[in-house]
Design a binder for this molecule. Structure first.
Ligand SMILES: NC(=O)c1ccc[n+]([C@@H]2O[C@H](COP(=O)([O-])OP(=O)(O)OC[C@H]3O[C@@H](n4cnc5c(N)ncnc54)[C@H](OP(=O)(O)O)[C@@H]3O)[C@@H](O)[C@H]2O)c1
Length: 261
């Protein structure tokens, strides 16, 4: 498998690490030259990785091409490239809708849009994909769990949720800090918080169907601790804040405002 990356930043670094540790026979990875430091680091670390002299040289060597450019750079950079029929193009750029992507990559045989996260390095990251095919499902199965999106609107709504990584860690940090302030050692507090939420997420992950409301209700024994915290937090409007923050992110994705806010 010959995979190329145009744009070697944070997400490409994670994807390259994920592919290079996935035990794929005959893997060849080609990187665009800009941000030489990152490209050099990756090619020094993995024998499968090679930095090419230009963006076009990446396309010439690869069959699968990831477009991992910042939204403001993407159109200009992609427009300068010459694609081939054999190319499968994967765009991880939020605003570039499929019809324009397809046109920019003509005559590539297939183009899709995906949302990998940096946690893909651990091979346990959900990867929403719009315009997925058998080939792209296989491509993403090596490094994570592909999830087919039926429309681009669905993809954009899911993309909105990726803005909640910071609030998620913040919430865990707040609870851990509270425990530390109440006499728990920092190591134990952090370990307990991350392991507890991991364990709760796992219960939800393996339930069939996944019913988050039912799980919340099930844990809220009458007059119990969870009922108390649930009522207090809801009363303070935290649930409304989450929805409003999601509305704001969604609007930015829909209006292509990602680099202008
Ligand atoms: N980071 C994430 O978790 C994540 C997740 C999903 C999707 N995405 C999307 O993926 C894209 C990349 O994100 P990122 O976080 O990896 O950004 P990033 O770290 O800023 O990486 C973008 C890279 O593209 C390079 N670049 C700029 N112009 C170029 C050109 N003409 N030719 C080749 N490379 C060029 C930049 O080089 P310079 O540094 O020299 O400018 C930079 O290394 C964005 O659209 C982002 O929204 C990111």
């Amino acid at each position: 498998m010959k995979i190329g990356f145009i744009g070697v930043g944070k997400i490409t670094s994670s994807l390259v690490q994920a592919y290079c540790t996935a035990n794929i026979k005959g893997l060849e990875v080609y990187l665009s030259p800009r941000n030489s430091k990152k490209a050099d680091e990756l090619s020094n670390r993995y024998s499968q990785v090679e930095k090419r002299v230009s963006n076009q040289a990446v396309l010439d060597a690869a069959d699968v091409v990831f477009m991992a450019l910042r939204p403001g750079d993407a159109r200009t950079v992609i427009r300068e490239l010459t694609f081939h029929k054999r190319h499968l193009v994967v765009s991880v750029i939020p605003f570039l809708r499929y019809p324009e992507l397809k046109e920019l990559c003509h005559p590539a045989s297939h183009a899709c849009r995906a949302i990998p996260l940096p946690s893909v390095v651990n091979h346990n990251c959900p990867i929403p994909v719009f315009n997925s095919s058998e080939h792209t499902q296989t491509l993403f199965s090596y490094i994570g769990q592909p999830l087919r999106m039926s429309t681009e609107d669905e993809l954009h709504s899911i993309w909105t949720l990726t803005g909640f990584i910071t609030p998620f860690y913040d919430m865990m940090d707040t609870l851990s800090q509270w425990a530390i302030d109440h006499g728990v050692g920092k190591g134990n507090a952090n370990k307990y918080v991350v392991d507890m939420f991991q364990s709760l997420a796992h219960v939800a992950q393996v339930s069939e169907p996944i019913d988050l409301k039912a799980l919340a209700k099930h844990a809220a024994t009458a007059k119990g601790l969870n009922e108390q915290a649930g009522i207090e937090i809801r009363k303070k409007g935290a649930h409304v804040s989450y929805r409003e923050a999601a509305d704001g992110i969604f609007e930015r994705i829909e209006k292509n405002l990602l680099e202008t806010k």
